[in-house]
Design a protein around this ligand. Structure first.
Ligand code: NAP
Length: 309
């Protein structure tokens, strides 16, 4: 008979890895399923200045690899597979993947979020041909070239600063004057001689057939249209939850974030959510790992209360 896990964690970013650590440390039989690279968005982040205790030279990939090893040392099993379907209603939950079906008493959903498109003409056509959503992955291609960054949040500002290590110039294009990004990072970017700002402006179109040649910009106050010649365009306009699999099964908000209580419980018994997939106000590595720890602890209590050995 196939084994039944105490918990199956979906997603191997900081929330999932932290849930793995806490679940396996409390002797729960734990499986973590990840379809891509472990580490989620943190695996594509260079500097992590605001994760308490992280060393200045510790990169995102190094931090998440340490988290993964730590969870593994305590017994978390890892599986690379893609989840196709979930059956969450019964007392025993079923996770149907490409390579097999897995069963558990509890499920912790930590599938995270994916980059939102900005919506300008030719954005999809030129993706990977000058338009990018990951500075850590692609910055090197733009060494000594000129790039634009779209957005005014933490991702845009942090990644623009990172891009100055490679590019000759980085132009941040933001649709208004105010920024969501942390003031410290914004000030750092404003002082960086390689960074220029174009505010109250949106990108209307990316020019180029086979490769990005430039952007068409529109000032939202004056409606003036201008061209900007750039070799690369990095889009950081927020993220959307990876929750397609759970639509109609779990309570989601209008954006598709999973709604939980403070103990990370979803509206189905035995199902929990953690990290960026969850409706919350502060999306950070530190809040993702905290969510994972809480979800695993609540799941453990649920197993104790609802199952005999
Ligand atoms: P975000 O905070 O949602 O910011 C998205 C930015 O893109 C906003 O400035 C928004 O403009 C702009 N925008 C949205 N749609 C747009 C469109 N269609 N065209 C042009 N601009 C558009 O997203 P994020 O920066 O990716 O951050 C996501 C979460 O992760 C946040 O909670 C953030 O704090 C966190 N994060 C933290 C760190 C860190 O702590 N170092 C690093 C990265 C991310 P408006 O402001 O006008 O809405």
């Amino acid at each position: 008979m196939a084994q039944i896990y105490d918990t199956i964690i979906l997603g191997g970013g900081p929330a999932g890895l932290s849930a793995g650590l806490y679940a396996s440390r409390s002797k729960m039989k734990t499986l973590l399923i990840e379809r891509g690279k472990f580490g989620g968005q943190t695996a594509t982040t260079d500097e992590l200045e605001n994760y308490p205790g992280s060393a200045p030279d510790c990169t995102g990939p190094q931090l998440v690899e340490r988290m993964r090893k730590q969870a593994e040392e305590f017994g978390t099993e890892f599986l690379k597979d893609e989840v196709l379907e979930v059956e969450l209603e019964g007392k025993i939950k079923k996770i149907i993947c490409k390579k097999g079906t897995y069963e558990a008493k509890t499920i912790i959903i930590a599938t995270g979020a994916y980059p939102r498109l900005s919506g300008f003409k030719n954005e999809t056509e030129l993706r990977g041909k000058g338009v990018s959503y990951c500075a850590t992955c692609d910055a090197d291609f733009f060494t000594e070239l000129d790039v634009a960054v779209i957005g005014g949040g933490d991702s845009a500002i942090d990644e623009a600063i990172y891009l100055t290590k490679f590019a000759d110039s980085v132009t941040i294009i933001h649709r208004r004057e105010g920024f969501r990004a942390a003031k410290t990072s914004l000030e750092k970017a404003q002082k960086n001689p390689k960074i220029k700002f174009i505010l109250d402006t949106v990108v209307e179109e990316a020019k180029g057939d086979e490769i990005l040649e430039g952007l068409v910009l529109r000032n939202v106050k004056t409606n003036e249209v201008t061209d900007l010649t750039v070799d690369g365009c990095f889009v950081f306009v927020g993220y959307l939850p990876i929750s397609e699999l759970f639509k109609g099964k779990i309570k989601l908000n209008d954006r598709g974030d999973i709604i939980t209580d403070e103990e990370m419980r979803c509206d189905i018994e035995g199902v929990f959510a953690a990290g960026d997939i969850r409706e919350k106000t502060l999306r950070q590595v530190v809040t993702a790992t905290a969510d994972g720890a809480i979800a695993a602890t609540t799941a453990e209590k649920y197993v104790e209360a609802n199952f005999e050995d």
